[in-house]
Design a protein around this ligand. Sequence first.
Ligand code: PMP
Length: 457
Amino acid sequence: EYTGMSKERMMEIRRKNCNPMIMKVTSYKKPVFIHQGHMQWLWDVDGKRYLDLFAGVATVSVGHCHPKVTAAAEQQLKRLWHTTNIYVYPPLHEYCEKLASYLPDPLKVVYLTNSGSEANDLAMLMARLYTGNFDIITFRGSYHGGSPQTMGLTSNAAYKYPIANGLGCTNTMCPDVFRGPWGGSHCRDSPVQTIRECSCAQGYCMANDQYIGQLKETFATSVPSRIAAFFGEPIQGVGGAVQYPKNYLKEAYKLVRERGGVCIADEVQTGFGRTGSHFWGFQGHDVIPDMVTMAKGIGNGFPMGAVVTTPEIAASFAKGVHFNTFGGNPVACAVASSVLDTIKEDGAQQNSLNVGTYLMTELAKLRDKYEIIGDVRGKGLQIGVEMVKDKASREPLPPEAMSEIFEDIKDMGALIGKGGVYGQTFRIKPPMCITMEDADFFLAIFNKSIHNYMERR
Ligand code: PMP
C-alpha cells in the first residue's frame, strides 16, 4: 500500500520545481501517478493496475523490475558502484564482449554512453572524423535526440528549438508508404499491409524508386558531393512506427557509401529483439551498418546507451581522447549484461514476434471496422496505429480526438503512447514479456475506446 506523498503535493512540486516541459508531454488530462511496476504491469498510488503498453517509450525491454535483472543490479551495487574506464574492471569487459557477440562483423568495437542522445552525438562525431566530411542526412519525422547536435538529426517540430542546432544536418523525405504520395501496399516488412493501392509489380516497387529518387534529389540539391553519414531508424519510433519499402535502406546505404558517407542505424527503439524476426532492426532490411547506436531497451530502463562500430572507424577516433565518466558504469554493465541473458532465457524476441503479429493482425480487423483507423503497422512489438479523419483523405485525426481516445484507454487500464509528426499515431511497444491474454485485454479496451468515440462524435 502506498503511504507516500499525496498526489496534490506531487503536482504542486511538479509545477514549482520540475521541468515544466514534462507537463506538456504528459498529455493525460488526469495524470497517472505511478508507484510500482512488475513485468508488464504498473500500479498507481491508489492501487489501480495498468497494462503498460508503452514501456517508458520502448525502454523496459524484459519487464519492470525483472527479478533476474534486479538481482544482477543488487549484486553489483554491493560490490562496486563506480569506477571509470581509466581502470580495467570485469563488468565492462564482460559486457562489451557479450554485446559485440550479438553484432555481425565488422561491428565489434563498443563505446558505452548514458543515453541515446549521447550515443548519437558520439556517432555523429566519429562519422565526421572518420570520413573527413561534415554533412549528415536523416529522415523527416525522425527523432534521434534532444541535445543541440542531435536536435539537428531530429526532424519533428515538436522537439525543435529556435537555436542553431545540428549544423550540417539535412532531412530527406521519409519513405512512408501509408502517408507518402506514392503508397506501396506490399512493399513493407509487416504482417499487415497498407490500405493504399499497390504499385508494386513482381520484383519492382514503384514507390521505392520514387523515394530513392527523393534521396537522390536531396544529394543533388542540399549537400556537398561528399557526405559524412546517413542516420536511419529501421522503423521510426517517435515518428509513429513508420516503415519503408523493403529495399529502401539497402539502396540508400549504397548511395550514401558512394558519396563517402557511413551508414548509421539508430536501434534505440528497434534493437534487442523488439522487432521479433531479428535481434536488430537493420537485419530486417538486409544491411550491415557502419555504426549502430543503442539506448532504452539496452538496460531495461537503467540509464545507458552505446555505439558499436568497426575497428577501422574506432582507430580514426582513437587519435584523440574521448572520456565519459559514467559510460560503462559497473552497475549499468551488470544490468545490461543480465538484460541480454534474460532476453535469451525468457524467449523475449520470439514472444515479441508471436504476440506482436497477433496484435497487429487483430488491430487490422479493427482498422477494417472503423473509418478512423487508417493504418496498422510495425514488426514484433514496435507497433503503430495511425488515426485519420477518414480513410479516403488520410487527414490526421485531430489532437483533441486523439487525446479523448488516449484518455479513455488509460481509464480502462492500459497505457499506450502517441507519436507521428501530427501526433496522429498510437504507439504500442510493451515490455517483451506481454502475453496473448494481455493482447486480448488491450484489444477489447481499444475496440471499446474507438466505439465510445464514434458514439460521441
Ligand atoms: N534515438 C531514438 C530512436 C529515440 O527514440 C530516442 C528517444 N526517444 C533517442 C534516440 C534519444 O534517446 P535519449 O532520450 O536516451 O537521449
